[in-house]
Design a protein around this ligand. Structure first.
Ligand code: VGL
Ligand code: ZN
Length: 204
């Protein structure tokens, strides 16, 4: 566990009404042993569990997104796409990691469910925006997988849609198809006005 040493002012945060935690794609296929394993993907799970605990303690909502593809999704190699088969709806690989302690009232958002459409953003083709708006959500705390795909594209849409965004820097990991993709994604998110926070910056 990280030691709560003094953190830079920019890292300090506390929770308030209007905040939501978006736990992104913590699914077996994206974790070590999965068909599209993200290096170190399992390391973010205990960290996300601590963020979940904070949101539950403040009676704030937790959302969990999942990549939820049909068996012949356009992103798979057999269809000419860039990825191995992963996160096929209803399979064990598409299940959330059993080590992830989601609260029972978690809102689950399934994305990229249509055969002919790729969707890395959790806003694309889902009711995420309308659900957040309907419940007065203004700030989005986002962590999970993968930094350079779902997290990046979700943050782009969130900023475009006018949400404040806090990226959980200690709870994201990149695919890094090209070395540096994750770092470039983090730089782009910062340039879009997303703040970078860690558990160490939590203020009571
Ligand atoms: C993702 C690769 C393939 C993601 C989804 O959600 O980050 N990455 N499909
Ligand atoms: Zn996918």
């Amino acid at each position: 566990m990280s030691t709560p040493v003094a953190s830079p002012e920019r890292d300090r945060w506390h929770l308030r009404p209007g905040d939501v935690l978006l736990v992104t794609d913590i699914q077996n296929d994206f974790l070590p042993g999965g068909s599209l394993a993200v290096a170190g993907g399992d390391e973010v799970v205990p960290v996300l569990n601590r963020y979940i605990g904070e949101f539950v303690a403040h009676a704030l909502p937790v959302y969990a997104t999942r990549d939820w593809h049909p068996p012949q999704h356009c992103s798979f190699h057999a269809q000419g796409g860039p990825w191995p088969v992963h996160c096929v709806a209803g399979t064990q690989g598409a299940e959330f990691a059993t080590t992830l302690t989601l609260p029972p009232d978690t809102t689950v958002i399934s994305k990229a469910i249509l055969p002919e459409r790729e969707a890395y953003s959790s806003f694309e083709g889902t009711d995420l925006d309308s659900r957040l708006r309907a419940t007065g959500i203004r700030r989005l705390f986002i962590g999970g997988l993968a930094t350079d795909y779902c997290v990046l594209n979700t943050v782009r849409d969130a900023r475009r849609l006018g949400y404040e965004v806090l990226v959980l820097a200690d709870a994201i990991r990149a695919v890094d198809v090209q070395p540096g993709d994750g770092q470039r994604a983090e730089a782009e998110m910062a340039s879009l006005g997303a703040r970078r926070i860690t558990l160490g910056g939590r203020a009571a």
